[in-house]
Design a protein around this ligand. Sequence first.
Ligand code: OAD
Length: 229
Amino acid sequence: MLTGAGISAESGISTFRDSDGLWEQYKVEDVASIEGWYKNPALMTRFYNERRKQLLDVKPNEAHRILAELEKDFDVTVITQNVDNLHERAGSSKIVHLHGELMKVTSSLDPNNPNFIRMLGEDELEVQIGDKAADGSQVRPFIVWFGEAVPEIERAVILTSQADIYLVIGTSLNVYPAAGLLNYVPDEADIYLIDPKPVPWNSGKRFTHIMKGASEGMKELKQYLYKDE
Ligand code: OAD
């Protein structure tokens, strides 16, 4: 399954492209591009410190919880574009974070080297300019920015190509390569989309659109998944 900002909206985290979204308040290139980091690492560090601290004030919602509960009856892998930790906190056990994780930092010289990726503790939410990674470079958020490769996409493609049921929740499908995953869903898989708005769907594959918010949509999805019982 593929999730986007919409699944965390009901927990109080803004989406990016809705009318009250983050990209109305900030310029993407200032806070979410590699050029932005080179230009103003202090601004980027502050922006992600704020977003990381927000995680203390939010909780997983019903949609995250239902997804985690589905593991009782299904082999569920969550591929998420979200950098929050709400899927983990709801209890999902297999999660691929395509765009990185707010609670991790890494080396600014070699960001995808596992030796330098570090989970922050709850008392380390504020990273400073001057904090060093294990290779001695400035610490940076472990976030995939525009202009950077998406190392987890290969794993996500393999997992997607093995799906019997594919669920897409709360993503505007604007950002590639994540949106391109739909091309790898097997033709015989059942595809469900949960989003209160129409979403540009370029894959040509048939899908069932549950036009609701994530929590209500997940309740309805359960009826489809358990219809034979
Ligand atoms: P977007 O903000 O582009 O899209 C959010 C989607 O969630 C839209 O289709 C909304 O209609 C839908 N939505 C809003 N409220 C919802 C609710 N209560 N329940 C379900 N759906 C709801 O967010 P993403 O598609 O996740 O990347 O954005 C993709 C990437 O763009 C992000 O990972 C981020 C951003 O730039 C980076 O920063 C690299």
